[in-house]
Structures are given as structure tokens and as C-alpha cells.
Design a protein around this ligand. Structure first.
Ligand code: SAH
Ligand code: TYD
Length: 400
């Protein structure tokens, strides 16, 4: 099966298949099991523009709606991260109008609102958009694209800064997004966005970043290719620890800003890592298969020896792990999670019960499988009372 690359139209074919996968944030009740939606999750690398991408993605309305289960502010470390991000933008650019694409519950934009800076969030998932309004954030509950950008310019004028975190990689039609950004941004303005970085995914075999919402897995090279097609360029690339390794890109109209030296350094690193070579992705596929084998072996061994396992955090990432490895309620008693909207429901695809955090602390299991491995620091700080063992699978499967 081949398709056209979403960025450069070159013919692409998958290097890995995860089989049928559910909506990763689609927590459900038993009466919904029968009609649960699945899509074929295959991933391709484009040798021309180097973009790694899903071959197919569910319709956006199936993923982002008024019952969207991901609330950004469930992590205190992420709250601090976005406060710092907002402060850096204020200090560096002193913007008079800021737009954020995918502002969720207002985790970042509320800091601009608090300072009285003109701002606008674009957030199609109505429940999280409503939550942000409670924090004084102005928000439009629509999907960002070129036509929305035109409407915003008509009503509010052009922006100095357009910000986005963990959203650009969710939007298959990035050409419409970039065309919209060109119109919405003042000629000398900047687009600053961050997303999980393909270099980290390769280095850590963190294949759980691959799920329905993530249409793309960015590298600096692929972003530079995309930006160039719209008369823009990457002027900075700054690594972040969030989501297990992300990259923050600053993009501007070509020739309007100086390029930070980091851009060249990261381009060289990507070349050194052979991120433009198909063989790199073939090796990744082998590592993913080995990781699945090791994890299943560890879990079945624990069960055979009479242990019990609870999943820690019903992350979207855990949908890929549980469905791809076929880990169900026979191996995991339940998954604990602090998000009220997920509790009392069942995990997508494998239907593992999702329970409150109190169920975990009330009766500690012998083992806990850390699905929110990207929040390890925050979780270890608060779980000093847990005397059982942690099972981790990134960068490799281990029992700690
Ligand atoms: N920025 C937040 C939220 C990331 S989750 C954070 O980093 O924590 C992804 C968000 O993107 C969801 O809230 C979803 O509703 C939103 N989203 C998805 N497609 C979008 C689009 N086309 N335009 C704007 N937001 C979108
Ligand atoms: P995250 O890694 O951001 O999720 P995703 O893979 O969906 O992007 O983790 C957020 C989820 O983890 C959210 O459901 C809340 C849960 N969580 C806990 O239950 N306890 C915690 O201590 C933390 C930090 C997160």
C-alpha cells in the first residue's frame, strides 16, 4: 500500500504496522464496547522531505469534541513548564497580541490573560475550552486552518506571536495551517511551537508516542522543509524535556530574523543520527518488536509468580502499549488516573478499568506499570510511600 506524503506528495509506504488501534483518548463504558471504532495504524517515513507520519488518521471530530479526555493541567510540572514558556515569550517579544493554537484548558494562555495581554486561544474541544474560560482566557472553539485564520485577522488583527504545544503534529493539513499562519502573523512576527521529537523517539524506542492524534513525528529537517514551502524558515530549535523529549521550533518569514546557531547544530545531529535514511526506521521497527516481547515476558512472569499489577496513569500513550502488546485485564487489574472524566470508564481497545488515584494508594499492588513515564520526576517525588516495584519500558523494559 502506498500513499502520497502529506507534506511533499512523494510516494510513501509504511515501515511499521501497529494493527487496528482505537481512539487513544476514547475512554468508554461497557455499553459502548460493541461499537468501538478502530483504525489501521501504520507509520511511514518520507525519504524526500524526511517527515514521519501516520498513513491514515481518524476524522478529527472523532478525536476532538466536547468530551475530550485530556486536560493539560493534570501535571504540576507541565503547569510550571507552560508558565515558563509564557514568561519567556513575554520577555523576548513583548507581544501586544498572542494567538495559541490548541490552548486546551488554558494552561499557557492564562498567564497572558493575567497580565492583561491581548490573546486568543483556538480550541476545538469544547469542554477543555470552557475550562480555560474559567481562568479568564478568550477562546474560539474551532479547528485552526486557513479560513479560521482569515476570520481572526478580520476580527482581531494580526498577531505578534503564534504559539502551539503538542498540537501542530495533530493536524494532517499542515499546509492549510501554515497558509493561515502566514496571514495571521505580522510580517516580522514569530511562530513558536513544540512537539515530541523524532530523534528522542528513535533513541528511546518510545513508540507509545505513536497514536491516532499524532499525524506527524517531527524532525528539524522536516519542519524546515515545510516552512520553506511557505516562504518561512526555522530560526531556532530548542530541545525540551516534556513528553519524553520534545523540540521547540521558532519559525519566521524568511530573512526577517537571525538564525540561532542551534539550528545548524541540530541539523548536523540529525545527519549524524541518519534520520534521513530508511534503514534508521527499519532498525526502530526491530527495536519496537523487541520491546513488546520483553514487556510481555516481564508482565506474564510477575503474574505467574502471584504478583498483581496496576497501571499508573491512563495516558493516550498507554493505548498503543496495551493494544499493540495485547495487555488486558488478565495482566493489569486496573489503571489509576487523576482525571475525573477518565475514572469509572474503561481503557480504549483492551477495556482495562480506569479507577481513581485513591484506589492505588488505598491498596498498593506488588507492581505498578508506569504509563506516564514522561512524568517520572513528578511521580517519584510523590510516590515515596509506594513499596512495590515499578515496571518501566522506556528506554528499555526494566523492573525497578
Ligand atoms: N497545548 C496543550 C494541549 C495539547 S492536546 C498541551 O500541550 O498540553 C492537543 C489539543 O489540540 C487538544 O486540546 C485538541 O482539541 C487541540 N486541537 C486538535 N486539532 C486542532 C486544530 N486543528 N486546531 C486547534 N486545536 C486543535
Ligand atoms: P501525559 O503523559 O501528558 O498523557 P498523554 O499520553 O495522554 O499525552 O499524562 C497525563 C495523564 O496522566 C492524565 O490522564 C493524568 C495522568 N497522571 C496521573 O494520573 N498522575 C500523575 O501524577 C500525573 C503526572 C499524570
Amino acid at each position: 500500500m502506498t500513499k502520497n506524503c502529506l507534506i511533499c506528495s512523494h510516494n510513501i509506504e509504511p515501515f511499521i504496522s501497529f494493527g487496528p488501534q482505537p481512539i487513544a483518548n476514547g475512554f468508554l463504558l461497557p455499553d459502548q464496547f460493541k461499537n468501538e471504532y478502530f483504525f489501521q495504524m501504520d507509520v511511514a517515513f518520507c525519504p524526500k522531505c524526511t517527515m514521519v507520519q501516520l498513513m491514515d488518521q481518524p476524522d478529527r471530530e472523532k478525536m476532538f469534541h466536547s468530551n475530550y479526555a485530556f486536560y493539560s493541567s493534570t501535571s504540576s510540572h507541565m503547569a510550571k513548564h507552560f508558565e515558563k514558556f509564557a514568561n519567556e515569550v513575554m520577555m523576548k517579544y513583548q507581544p501586544s497580541f498572542v494567538v495559541e493554537i490548541g490552548s486546551n484548558d488554558g494552561i499557557m494562555l492564562k498567564h497572558f490573560a493575567n497580565k492583561g495581554i491581548k490573546h486568543l486561544g483556538i480550541e476545538p474541544s469544547a469542554n477543555v475550552a470552557d475550562e480555560s474560560r474559567l481562568h479568564g482566557v478568550n477562546v474560539v472553539s474551532r479547528f485552526f486552518d486557513e479560513s479560521l485564520a482569515e476570520d481572526i485577522v478580520g476580527e482581531y488583527g494580526q498577531a505578534d506571536c503564534i504559539l502551539s504545544a503538542n498540537v501542530m503534529a495533530h493536524i494532517p493539513d499542515l499546509h492549510s495551517v501554515f497558509a493561515g499562519i502566514k496571514k495571521l502573523l505580522k510580517p516580522g512576527g514569530v511562530l513558536i511551537f513544540e512537539d515530541p521529537y523524532m530523534g528522542d523517539i528513535l533513541e528511546k524506542t518510545s513508540y507509545d508516542q505513536i497514536y491516532d492524534e499524532h499525524a506527524f513525528f517531527f524532525s528539524l529537517n522536516s519542519i524546515e522543509y515545510l516552512a520553506k514551502q511557505h516562504g518561512m524558515e526555522t530560526i531556532d530549535a530548542y530541545p525540551q524535556e516534556t513528553h519524553g523529549g520534545s523540540m521547540r521550533y521558532t519559525v519566521a518569514n524568511r530573512g526577517t530574523h537571525l538564525k540561532n546557531d542551534r539550528v545548524r547544530a541540530w541539523m548536523e545531529k540529525e545527519e549524524y543520527m541518519d534520520m534521513d535514511k530508511p534503514a534508521t526506521y527499519e532498525k526502530f521497527r526491530q527495536n519496537v518488536e523487541k520491546s513488546r516481547e520483553n514487556l510481555l515476558q516481564v508482565l506474564t512472569e510477575i503474574k505467574r509468580n502471584g504478583g498483581n499489577i496496576v497501571g499508573y496513569a491512563a495516558t493516550a500513550k498507554s493505548a498503543t502499549i496495551t493494544n499493540y502488546c495485547e495487555i488486558g485485564p488478565d495482566l493489569i487489574d486496573f489503571i489509576c488516573d487523576t482525571t475525573p472524566i477518565k475514572q469509572g470508564k474503561f481503557s480504549p481497545g483492551m477495556h482495562i478499568p480506569v479507577k481513581s488515584y485513591a484506589e492505588f494508594t488505598g491498596k498498593h499492588p506488588s507492581h505498578s506499570l508506569l504509563f506516564a513515564w514522561n512524568h517520572t520526576k513528578e511521580i517519584m517525588e510523590k510516590e515515596t510511600g509506594f513499596k512495590g516495584k515499578w515496571i518501566v519500558y522506556v528506554p528499555e523494559v526494566k523492573v525497578l
